[in-house]
Design a protein around this ligand. Structure first.
Ligand SMILES: Cc1ncc(COP(=O)(O)O)c(C=O)c1O
Length: 388
């Protein structure tokens, strides 16, 4: 088989594969987490203006000054966090590249990294590419709770970092203040980094968004990762960032530079416009998502899936064991082919595929029309599944 050894230990993304299968069967794609509705018009206008204004050459490697300043101002406004745009922000090609660059910059081969499971599938390959040893701690069904004792037991002097994703993909959990307290305590006790993935910070239905970097004692040991993809419905723009203390920013910027040189310059200019949107924009975003959550939740319950409604992000990880005895991958492919609705098999969120065997993930970042069409199709799941 062709490929370096490091590539042989992880597979192609199942999420992106399900999108291809959905296209093949003309299924409604509730697999991959990208909106099918338009992004904000002022951002499109700003991007066009930037292109016509000849902002088309490399931006500063670690981010256009205007975007870094806008990110710093937003963190001050929203979270009361002081961020130095010159020394603490690296603009990346999405949160995806930020996470990979942070792993490569801060984690040595053999270092242990704690990952809460189920987890966003990219973290697995990120760990492998960096040579890290992932240590998994379960979020337990049905409410996806974090067991304090199990988290404590996972930390050791070998722990280099913990990845903290809140609001969480795929479970929809929003970590509580108490859970953040515990993570902060353990990071300090074991001298570990907290690498946070806060890409869904503004998509919440319950609970507050907690920025771990603002916890006492955590500013110097937290890398805050977020981006524009989800908040501004522009997953194709590939704009994200990592906020880190200056001494950690240096290696992150080095890795980022040699991987990508930088994120697209005209889109960074438009991104700066977006970061200045007022509270109204965010309120609408959350309200619209709340409606979508109700639409899909009602449809899934009627179809016979079992799940806990998410507190944040835009996914439902649902148990289909009352509907079918198929394994998750077969069930997801069957649903795509026969029902015309694509999902992601649960096993792609676990290190041991057996743990996700009766789960599929639905993404509901879709228009009301798309969700209602999916709901109608799923009306026949129960009857059809019993025939398989
Ligand atoms: C938890 C999480 N982090 C990161 C990303 C990707 O973000 P970006 O588009 O900024 O690379 C996703 C996308 O689904 C995600 O769910």
């Amino acid at each position: 088989m062709i490929g370096a050894t490091r590539c042989l230990t992880f597979t192609e993304s199942v999420i992106r594969e399900m999108t291809r299968i959905a296209n093949q069967h003309e299924a409604i794609n509730l697999a991959q987490g990208f909106p099918d509705f338009p992004m904000p018009a002022p951002m499109k206008d700003a991007a066009c203006a930037a292109i016509h204004g000849d902002i088309n050459q490399y931006a500063v490697t670690w981010g256009a000054p205007a975007l870094r300043l806008a990110v710093a101002e937003k963190y001050h406004r929203w979270y009361g966090m002081e961020v130095d745009p010159d020394r603490e922000i690296t603009v990346t090609c999405g949160a995806t590249e930020a996470m990979a660059s942070v792993f490569l910059a801060l984690i040595d081969p053999g270092d242990e990294v704690i990952v809460l499971e189920p987890f966003y599938e990219n973290y697995g390959p990120d760990a492998i590419l960096a040579g890290a040893k992932p240590v998994f701690v379960p979020l337990e069904q049905p409410d996806w709770t974090l067991d304090a004792d199990r988290l404590r037991a996972a930390f050791s002097p070998r722990t280099k970092a913990i990845v903290v994703n809140t609001p969480h993909n795929p479970s929809g959990r929003v970590l509580t203040r108490g859970e953040c307290d515990l993570i902060a305590e353990l990071c300090q006790q074991y001298d570990a980094w907290a690498i946070t993935d806060e890409i869904y910070e503004h998509i919440r239905y319950a609970g507050d968004h907690h920025v771990l970097a603002t916890w006492p004692g955590m500013r110097d040991r937290t890398i805050t990762i977020s981006g524009l993809s989800k908040t501004f419905s522009c997953t194709g723009w590939r704009l994200g960032y990592a906020i880190a203390p200056p001494d950690a920013t240096l290696p992150i910027r080095k890795v980022h530079d040699f991987l990508t040189v930088g994120a697209p310059a005209p889109l960074q200019a438009a991104g700066a416009v977006a970061m200045a949107f007022d509270a109204d924009y965010y309120n609408h975003l959350a309200l619209d998502y709340r409606e979508r959550r109700e639409t899909i939740g009602t449809a899934l319950a009627a179809a016979g899936f079992m799940f806990t409604l998410p507190e944040g992000a835009y996914y439902i990880l649902a148990d289909f064991s009352k509907l079918s005895e198929l394994a998750d991958v077969e069930f997801a492919k069957w649903m795509t082919r026969e029902i015309g609705v694509a999902t992601v098999p649960g096993s792609s969120f676990y290190h041991d595929p057996a743990l996700g065997r009766s789960l599929v993930r639905f993404a509901f970042c879709k228009s009301r029309e798309t969700l209602l069409a999916a709901a109608e199709r799923m009306g026949s799941v129960q009857a059809s599944a019993s025939l398989v």
